[in-house]
Design a protein around this ligand. Structure first.
Ligand SMILES: Cc1cc2nc3c(=O)[nH]c(=O)nc-3n(C[C@H](O)[C@H](O)[C@H](O)COP(=O)(O)OP(=O)(O)OC[C@H]3O[C@@H](n4cnc5c(N)ncnc54)[C@H](O)[C@@H]3O)c2cc1C
Length: 403
């Protein structure tokens, strides 16, 4: 049995699902392969707090996803950055850039529900779930074979373009023979929902210490989304802390800027690694999102970047009005994504290394860096432009509501 599609997307996570929605607008026949059964959300839609850049909010609104969120997202109107033991701080206000907010904070689980609701409305989508990608077959007659396994056994799909959006340990990447480089930051990031005596006022608080970053992101439900980075060898002890000791630890790191911490929800822990595919395309195949680049979450750029990948691909396919898997189209994609990818990777990796480095010699440098960032308008604009997702040639949908 063979199912023919214009595009087969492997992975219905944040990026794969978003791409399916973008391609449906173009009237393309898309197959979406996801290992998680119908009625369940993939595990990646967990309690992590996603900070959506303004460009992402625009695009997800144009795609009809933001409207499906059940609760209001939390606007980030101000970003306050400081470093323990150092002088200098940076405060960036969205109003200074003519904007209401830099972006919005959405819990991944809520986002998953909204995506799922939107996917259910698509006219041209075939979903294969639970189904696992097993391998790639030959290219013949302008289509590439995709092997998947489901409860009924193995089946073959055929598509003009196969998209690997199957995450950090991408099996599509492996099947294409594309190598990946890895860097382990030897850090673990804890995520939890916390409540403070003073309700969030739209400020995101970012605090750096020698052992890693800590941030409070203003959610839409009067709580903060906390991220707390610790050295890997400390992670087990931090996980074992009771709630009172955990809150005391956080208060110590954050100080009293955001008020007294009253309560914390359950903690989840993520080991931090960077995984970069050495190539983004193969024959009638392309890697997107975490399959292409898994980056340190500190800069909150992973999904924002992956969505720009997906929307650029959709835009090129829409403009070409032709076979979506040609070499020319794939090369145009690689060219167009290069600058944004490189700058975002450099930004996230640089931030992660700089803020997690305990070397005393780097301290004055970091402090000067903060002060410089506070005073240099062009540098701030660059940082803010990147944080909002408007760096370089961004997809049209990202601009749709931009002021
Ligand atoms: C703690 C934390 C906080 C973060 N915060 C932010 C943030 O604030 N802003 C931001 O932009 N990004 C953030 N990120 C990054 C963001 O989560 C990722 O960029 C995003 O999940 C990547 O989406 P993806 O679709 O590429 O991969 P994933 O979301 O990992 O999805 C991959 C999908 O593929 C499926 N799959 C895998 N293998 C197979 C197979 N063989 N067959 C079928 N299906 C398969 C999986 O089930 C899954 O559904 C954060 C990450 C972490 C860990």
């Amino acid at each position: 049995m063979s199912d023919l599609h214009d595009v087969v997307i492997v992975g219905g996570g944040l990026v794969g699902a978003s791409l399916a929605i973008a391609l449906d607008r173009l009237g393309l026949d898309v197959g979406l392969v996801e290992a998680t059964p119908a009625g369940e959300l993939p595990a990646v839609f967990d309690q992590r707090n996603l900070s959506f850049a303004a460009a992402t909010v625009n695009a997800l609104t144009a795609l009809g996803v933001m409207q499906r969120l059940e609760g209001a997202p939390g606007p980030i109107r101000r970003i306050h950055v400081s470093r323990a033991g150092d002088f200098g701080r940076v405060v960036m206000d969205a109003g200074d850039y003519g904007r209401d907010a830099f972006g919005q904070v959405v819990v991944a689980r809520d986002f998953g529900r909204a995506l799922e609701a939107r996917l259910g409305e698509l006219a041209h989508l075939t979903r294969y779930r639970p189904a696992k990608f097993v391998g790639l077959g030959e290219c013949a007659d302008g289509r590439r074979e995709v092997l998947i396994a489901d409860a009924a056994g193995e089946r073959r799909l055929r598509a003009r373009l196969v998209v690997g959006a199957d995450g950090t340990r991408s099996a599509v990447r492996q099947a294409l023979g594309i190598a990946a480089s890895e860097h382990d930051y030897l850090q673990t990031l804890f995520v939890a929902r916390v409540r403070t005596a003073r309700a969030p006022d739209g400020t995101a608080w970012e605090r750096f210490t020698d052992t890693g970053p800590t941030a409070l992101l203003p959610r839409g439900d009067r709580h903060y989304g906390l991220v707390h980075g610790v050295a890997r060898d400390e992670a087990e002890a931090v996980l074992a802390l009771d709630d009172a000791a955990w809150l005391a630890r956080l208060q110590d790191v954050l100080g009293w800027r955001a008020g007294r911490l009253l309560e914390s929800g359950p903690r989840s822990a993520y080991p931090l690694i960077q995984v970069l595919a050495q190539q983004l395309v193969g024959e009638r195949a392309l890697l997107l999102g975490n399959a292409a680049q898994t980056i340190h979450p500190l800069g909150a750029q992973g999904f924002n970047l992956g969505l720009r990948d997906a929307l650029t691909l959709a835009e090129l396919i829409g403009d070409a009005e032709q076979d979506p898997g040609t070499d020319d189209l794939l090369q145009a994609y690689v060219q167009r994504r290069g600058p944004d990818r490189e700058q975002t990777l450099a930004f996230s990796d640089g931030l992660a290394r700089l803020t997690g480095n305990a070397a005393p010699l780097l301290r004055p440098l970091r402090s000067l860096g903060l002060v410089a960032a506070a005073q240099a308008a062009p540098l701030q604009s660059f940082l803010v432009g990147g944080a909002m997702g408007f760096r370089g040639q961004v997809p049209e949908l990202c601009r749709s509501q931009a002021r």
